[in-house]
Design a protein around this ligand. Structure first.
Ligand code: GDG
Length: 448
């Protein structure tokens, strides 16, 4: 098998290269552990327009992995990342065409940055490389590499949903985007629905390409160990003591409108209204680290959440009880694992989600003898694999309220039975197996 070349918008920061922290880095750990590998992408640094001419690729070797990064100018960061990727493709792929802020200029910057990636990557490539491109920031990169004469196998994985063509065609230049996908030898999506949507789009656009399903997972073994070890951490014990015997409901999401946070709070409020017996007797901890804070839509979302939490705490709280504990900063991963294990219920209610790893992490973190209950949205990519969770429609506040009540009073025998049905899939489809399946499929490709 050839050398693995991974391309993603962001490459792990130097401090995270020994011990991967981010989702993609953790997911790729197995795949990157063998042979020589190259990881190419944006450094996370921005430069001014006049520094652009001398822009070079910086190279760093850590064990068998070469990290190659480039800086982006402020204008590139804005047009490529903030606007086209995060204010156009992200909402559209999450079925929110109404939130799209389309501007032709941003599309041009997006295409330019993809071409820049291709030009800077080209001299680093070797003939027997396997190239694996990640996510919506880089849809056209495969074609840009082909235009420069690259003939190696190139694969593409989309981490987020892909909507039906009737919606996707709202994207100006959408047909071109689909045509560019012909450059890829393997196209991976998270779920059957996503792959069907993309394949229907291909046939409508007359594009000869085929999307396949490669659901992503976590590293359940190490996460379960971390969660168990978490029991002995002072912070986890402090959280436990602060509950004073009350059950804990946990939510963990980047502060993103796809995660259904306002709807979830409405569900919790409805729960407090309809089941007064739980008032004063339960704690809901929502961890929602701010993400993409410079994009207007995300600022408005945060404002709305700040207000809703304040309102619920003001109306239902008491001098010795806060209904919602709400953090908008990240919690270190080892604590998070311990918090999940302590939590009696996890509320994972995205309006749309490619997969949702939080659902899998929560299951992995449980004590098999006394597991908690997962309340999961039908619209998470994880839902088809996790039908033994309490599945809810996140738009239906009453359904969330009923599921919360059911979860909190669920007998231990039922909790154990449900967990035992959820556990095998979380252990079977892992980050490692996902990467191996994808790379194995790509390695079998011989381009005509
Ligand atoms: C995209 C797709 C797909 C969250 N808060 C904290 C924290 N996290 C960690 C979680 C989890 C990860 O971030 C989030 O992963 P998700 O899968 O839930 O969601 P996205 O970030 O939107 O990821 C998604 C994924 O890509 C993979 O393909 O599943 O559908 O949208 O690992 O634990 N971690 C720490 N502190 C926090 O406060 N340490």
């Amino acid at each position: 098998m050839g050398r693995l070349v991974v391309v993603s918008n962001r490459v792990p920061a130097p401090r995270d290269r020994q011990q991967p922290a981010g989702g993609l880095a953790v997911a790729l750990r197995d795949a990157l552990s063998e042979g020589q590998c190259l990881w190419f992408g944006w450094s996370g640094q921005q430069i001014s327009e006049h520094e652009k001419a001398e822009r070079d690729v910086s190279i760093d070797h850590v064990e068998n992995v070469t990290y190659a990064t480039i800086d982006l100018t402020h204008a590139e960061f804005d047009g490529f990342y903030q606007k086209y990727s995060n204010a156009i493709l992200w909402p559209l792929c999450h079925y929110r065409a109404g939130l799209m802020e389309y501007n032709r200029k941003d599309r041009e910057v997006y295409l330019d940055v993809n071409e820049l990636f291709a030009r800077k990557l080209l001299p680093l490539l070797k003939p027997d490389d396997l190239i694996w491109i990640h996510d919506y920031h880089l849809f056209p990169l495969g074609q840009a590499l082909r235009d420069l004469g690259v003939t190696s196998p190139i694969g593409f994985f989309l981490h987020i949903p892909f909507p039906p063509w009737s919606l996707m065609k709202a994207l100006p230049g959408g047909t071109k985007l689909m045509q560019n996908m012909q450059a890829y030898d393997v196209i991976g999506l998270q779920t059957e629905d996503d792959a069907r949507n993309m394949n229907d789009g291909f046939s409508i656009c007359g594009v000869k390409a085929r999307a396949q399903v490669f659901p992503i997972g976590i590293d359940p073994e190490s996460f379960a160990e971390q969660a168990k070890a978490g029991e002995d951490l002072a912070e986890v014990q402090r959280l436990g003591e602060s509950l004073a015997g009350k059950p804990l409901i946990i939510g963990v999401d980047r502060l993103d409108y796809s995660k259904g946070l306002p709807e979830r709070l409405k569900g919790y409020e409805t729960f407090l209204q309809r089941y007064p017996e739980h008032r004063g007797k339960v704690v809901y901890l929502q961890i929602a680290p701010v993400s993409r804070g410079d994009v207007e839509e995300y600022r408005l979302l945060k404002q709305g959440l700040d207000e809703a939490v304040g309102r619920i705490n003001g109306s239902y709280g008491d001098f010795d009880w806060t209904p919602v504990r709400y953090l908008t900063h990240p919690v270190p991963r080892h604590l998070l694992a311990g918090f999940y294990r302590l939590a009696n219920v996890a509320l994972v209610t995205p309006l749309r989600d490619g997969m949702n790893l939080v659902a899998k992490e929560y299951v992995a973190a449980q004590d098999p003898e006394d597991p908690g209950v997962l309340v999961l949205s039908h619209f998470a990519g994880a839902a088809p694999e996790m039908e033994d969770a309490l599945l809810v429609n996140p738009h239906d506040a009453d359904e969330i309220a009923e599921a919360l009540h059911k979860a909190l009073i669920m007998p231990q025998a039922e909790r154990k039975a449900r967990w035992a049905l959820l556990q095998p899939d979380v252990w079977r489809v892992t980050a490692g197996s996902w990467a191996r399946d994808f790379i194995g499929t790509l390695a079998k490709v011989k381009r005509a």
